[in-house]
Design a protein around this ligand. Structure first.
Ligand code: K1U
Ligand code: ZN
Length: 177
């Protein structure tokens, strides 16, 4: 049975620690951690979660996607565990978009990210995968990749005036629809 893990909040040192490569994806401890992360992400209504957010300093995250108010055309993507992920290429073209973070509750920010990326990772069964990701899925990957490198989205906001409360975010996005 998966266990819901406590999500570390901004200020906790685990979110800034160096992370370790996963040597053996088949390790039952790793498989149980992936199941716990999936359950914790679904419970928290997220589209991603990284191991440091559940207090594990490992190079592992989950990426998912579904249409949402700010990205109504975001594709549906089954939650996918990515182990030892690598960012092979990032487009010069970037786009500013709203991000949230399960570790930064109540705050949203505008973050500039590459619109197109090439990635490599191990699946939970240990298979090497390469993929090209665009748009919202590329954004979520880059957000999670930052987590395993000790970065949080407020570190990426170019102007602190582009950090807003959840209530103000809802007001802003409803006025631009
Ligand atoms: O890593 C995390 O904290 C998960 C984070 C992922 C993320 C959301 C938006 C842009 C980039 C990365 C979340 O899922 S926060 C929850 C949330 O705000 C959200 C949920 C669904 C769609 C859009 C935002
Ligand atoms: Zn986050």
């Amino acid at each position: 049975m998966p266990i819901l893990r406590q999500i570390a909040q901004i200020g906790h040192p685990i979110l800034r620690r160096e992370t370790r490569i996963i040597e053996n994806p088949a390790d039952p401890v790793i498989q149980a951690l992936i199941d716990d992360m999936l359950a914790t992400m679904v419970e928290a209504n997220g589209v991603g979660i990284a191991a440091p957010q559940v207090h594990e300093p490992l190079r592992l995250f989950i990426v998912a996607s579904r249409p949402n108010p700010r990205y109504p055309h975001a594709p549906d993507m089954e939650p996918t565990a990515m182990l030892n992920p690598e960012l092979l290429l990032r487009s010069e073209e970037t786009e500013k978009g709203w991000e949230g973070c399960l570790s930064v509750p109540g705050i949203r920010g505008l973050v500039s990210r590459s619109t197109h990326i090439g990635v490599r990772y191990l699946t939970r069964t240990g298979t090497v995968r390469e993929a090209e990701l665009d748009g919202f899925i590329a954004r979520v990957f880059q957000h999670e990749f930052d987590h395993i490198n000790g970065l949080l989205f407020p570190d990426r906001v170019e102007d602190t005036r582009e950090l807003v409360s959840e209530r103000e975010y809802l007001r802003i996005v409803s006025s631009t629809e």
